[in-house]
Ligand binder design. Sequence first.
Ligand code: HEC
Ligand code: HEC
Ligand code: HEC
Ligand code: HEC
Ligand code: HEC
Ligand code: HEC
Ligand code: HEC
Ligand code: HEC
Ligand code: HEC
Length: 340
Amino acid sequence: MSTRQRRLNRLCLPLTILIAFIGGCADLKKSKPILPIREYEKMIVGNLYADYVGTQNCLAACHEHDKLKLSFDASTMGAQLKKESGMPLVDCESCHGPGSLAIKGLTREMVEMNAAKGIKTACDFKTLIDLKNLPATAQSLTCLKCHTVNATFNLHNWNAGLHALNEVSCFDCHDIHAGPDLKVTPLASGRLCFSCHQAAQAQFSLPSHHPLKEGRVFCIDCHNPHGGFADHNLHQDTVKETCVQCHPDKRGPFLYEHADVMDNCANCHSPHGSVNNKLLNAREPFLCLQCHEGHRLNTEEGGSASAERARAFYTRCTDCHSTLHGSDVPSTSGGGRFIR
Ligand code: HEC
Ligand code: HEC
Ligand code: HEC
Ligand code: HEC
Ligand code: HEC
Ligand code: HEC
Ligand code: HEC
Ligand code: HEC
Ligand code: HEC
């Protein structure tokens, strides 16, 4: 290799890094800028030249949205009335913005005449807020103007959550017009979550898994879809607290604790699923051998060759150490060896 070639080679790595760096910057530039919240608020004000006309007027001329209106009226949101006026508290324009321009010039007669000719009459929906194409933050603000932290306590960590931070909006999970049920039922949540979290879907299909598909455990038992301060949007502060909700026998405190290993169940278990029995991260004895040495038993009385050979080749440490999650019963030597 000539010196020149060698010098070129030496340049190669820094160059690749530089190019990768510039490439990275270009990507950053492409990603959407984060605007001050005021900017998002402006996007959901609606058309400044339009007036509010009320749901009755919105729908008076045509029946195109009858089914949608029926479902909406039957929903908790649609059923809310203003005490003083008896008028709906939430109506079409609460989200879609003022609608006078959209229905301007539309009359029942015109709609019916068109219908007779087989023509569908649409309102001028381009004058309404383009909810579908708003940035996620603005979409969520549409809902958050009513579902404030005080009104909907469940949402008080929304802004700190990984969904809000990653441009997932309320609309992505709550299909307002799908039917009268605005909430996502636990059973439906699995399908909903899987639509974006394919890795989790794969994990729940592994031979050992929490019975999610069987309908006994749900994503939202462990995760808060509305975000939280805990890692991974967990409902509880820690992994252990999450798990002992349903496995209280593992909560402790025990007289003999398995050190602080037990503070994080994920040290040994994969919460969604695993190829190994009991959701274990690794098979025994390898799971234990990550932190412990294999051992032989005390062979003082009647020490035999077979015990010697057993030195490090136990296959299941838990055959003897069956209370490894913690125990109140001392072992024969008086220590806590997690042997019943
Ligand atoms: C709580 C907020 C909210 C209210 C109240 C509301 N909508 Fe909507 N509407 C939405 C959202 C969100 C979308 C869907 C945007 C998207 O596709 O992402 C939507 C979409 C629509 C669509 C388009 C449907 C489609 O299939 O593309 C129509 C039509 C509509 N709404 C009519 C109405 C009417 C009529 C009312 C009053 C009875 C109403 N909306 C009340 C939030 C609302
Ligand atoms: C104009 C005010 C207003 C707006 C805007 C609004 N909501 Fe609501 N929403 C309410 C009220 C009032 C209720 C009924 C009381 C309650 O359950 O808090 C409600 C109920 C709900 C419920 C059902 C709660 C339950 O326990 O059954 C869901 C889900 C919901 N809203 C989601 C949304 C989403 C998503 C948006 C944005 C597309 C939105 N809301 C926009 C006022 C509003
Ligand atoms: C990742 C999916 C997801 C997103 C995003 C999401 N939700 Fe929800 N939401 C759910 C699920 C699942 C439930 C039902 C389970 C529960 O109560 O935790 C629910 C329940 C609710 C309820 C009824 C329960 C309650 O706390 O009163 C309201 C209201 C609500 N969501 C509003 C919103 C609003 C407003 C937003 C946006 C700021 C939003 N949600 C974003 C999935 C989501
Ligand atoms: C039994 C409780 C439990 C259930 C049910 C559960 N999760 Fe998890 N999930 C966890 C825990 C605990 C972690 C954190 C794991 C860690 O710390 O290594 C996690 C991590 C995650 C992560 C982060 C990436 C990863 O794999 O580490 C995603 C995404 C996730 N869960 C999505 C889901 C979805 C979607 C569902 C429903 C289909 C679901 N989870 C059901 C407990 C659960
Ligand atoms: C519209 C797509 C979408 C839907 C629907 C959705 N998520 Fe997410 N979720 C995301 C994105 C994007 C992120 C952030 C990137 C990531 O970590 O995967 C995220 C992050 C998460 C995390 C944190 C992952 C981590 O690395 O710690 C959890 C947990 C989670 N989602 C659970 C859920 C659950 C439970 C549901 C159903 C109620 C759900 N998601 C529905 C898109 C979605
Ligand atoms: C919502 C309740 C719930 C939560 C929360 C929960 N589990 Fe479970 N867990 C179950 C159910 C139900 C089973 C199945 C029991 C059965 O089939 O007898 C199970 C089974 C298990 C099993 C045995 C699997 C097998 O193959 O026998 C392990 C290990 C386990 N869970 C660990 C955890 C860990 C670790 C966490 C925290 C990340 C956790 N669980 C959180 C409900 C829960
Ligand atoms: C040091 C590793 C380790 C840690 C940490 C750990 N486990 Fe386990 N767990 C195991 C092993 C190994 C088994 C299998 C035992 C067997 O096959 O008899 C098991 C089995 C289980 C089972 C099913 C059998 C039973 O005893 O009910 C549950 C449920 C369980 N663990 C929950 C938890 C919870 C909850 C935590 C956190 C508080 C946790 N584990 C922490 C190693 C661990
Ligand atoms: C993540 C590391 C880790 C894993 C995995 C682990 N342990 Fe431990 N274990 C510890 C620590 C740390 C201690 C406390 C050591 C001490 O106090 O000397 C401990 C203590 C013990 C003790 C009691 C020792 C004593 O001196 O009292 C036994 C027995 C034990 N572990 C068995 C197991 C078995 C069986 C497994 C596999 C199912 C396992 N451990 C998996 C870290 C681990
Ligand atoms: C045939 C039963 C048996 C098997 C299998 C077994 N052990 Fe033990 N283990 C014991 C006994 C008995 C003691 C001593 C108990 C006492 O001192 O009271 C012990 C003690 C220990 C201790 C504490 C050692 C010390 O020096 O204080 C650790 C750590 C341990 N075992 C880990 C393991 C691991 C890891 C495995 C799997 C590779 C395993 N054991 C398999 C029976 C067993």
